[in-house]
Design a binder for this molecule. Structure first.
Ligand SMILES: Nc1ncnc2c1ncn2[C@@H]1O[C@H](COP(=O)(O)OP(=O)(O)O)[C@@H](O)[C@H]1O
Ligand SMILES: [Mg+2]
Length: 245
């Protein structure tokens, strides 16, 4: 069984404790969201899970067969064009160049890029196009587990919905498992099976929420309704320091 298991995880930078006693499990086919305010340790937690940062105390056990990471900023290689940026992971896996290019072109089109964009370099792309490339690059390798760090927060609402609906389609077909972090409650409600609330100073999990309606059945009414309901929750109010007037 492919799964990610985090046990009694603590992390400090210098003398500052950032994460305290984090425990959760992500099973294959599931989408887990970790939600909390900025500065609460979300990125640190995701980096520990993705092995981008060394675990010092506690454990992270990842038995997923493959994984990919999409960052908050697109982080494209400026000297490579769109297709070559997308193909990086495939080439690193030893795929033949023409196969890698073909797959990269197919996924670029799926993510709303045009043929005319294929040869463009990052400096000639809009922010939205860069984010499309970043998503395509993460997904072209067909990762079993996808790590997402606030990938939609800089996008306009149209592109956000478009990229989310591609993910929702993959989630519904059980093609992918996702661990994602966000400060956006609605995003978590739209995409996740389970949402963990991470309270700051130091980051610790205070509450879990489960959403049992299938992602492809969640319309705006569901998402807004759930958000309104959850915004009444005392732990949410405390965690985000919301002042209700
Ligand atoms: N490499 C680092 N060295 C020292 N402090 C860091 C480092 N990375 C993050 N921090 C600090 O850890 C805290 C949590 O940061 P982060 O994990 O980025 O939170 P979030 O993603 O929830 O905004 C912040 O106070 C941040 O300044
Ligand atoms: Mg962050």
């Amino acid at each position: 069984m492919e799964r990610l298991e985090v046990k009694n995880l603590n992390h400090s930078f210098g003398f500052t404790k950032i994460l305290q006693n984090i425990n959760f499990t992500l099973d294959k086919g599931e989408v887990l969201a970790i939600v909390g305010p900025s500065g609460g340790g979300k990125t640190t937690l995701l980096h520990l899970c993705a092995n981008l940062l060394d675990v010092e105390e506690g454990s992270v056990t990842n038995t997923f067969l493959s994984s990919a990471f999409a960052f908050q900023e697109p982080r494209l290689l400026p000297w490579k064009n769109v297709i070559d940026n997308i193909a990086i992971g495939l080439l690193a896996k030893g795929e033949k160049k023409n196969e890698a290019v073909k797959k990269s072109q197919d996924i670029a089109l799926r993510f709303g890029l045009d043929k005319e964009d294929f040869e463009k370099f990052p400096k000639d792309l809009s922010g939205g196009m860069k984010q499309r490339v970043s998503f395509a690059r993460a997904l072209v390798v067909k990762p079993s587990l996808l790590f997402l760090d606030e990938p939609f927060s800089a996008l306009d609402i149209g592109l956000k919905k478009e990229l989310q609906s591609i993910l929702i389609d993959m989630i519904s077909k059980k093609e992918i498992s996702i661990l994602f972090i966000t400060h956006d409650l609605m995003e978590a409600i739209r995409l996740s099976d389970e949402m963990l609330l991470l309270k700051a100073d130091p980051g610790h999990i205070v509450k879990k929420f489960r959403f049992d309606v299938l992602q492809n059945q969640r319309d705006d009414k569901y998402v807004y309704g759930k958000s309104a309901e959850i915004l009444q929750d005392n732990e949410i109010i405390n965690t985000f320091e919301l002042e209700l007037k």
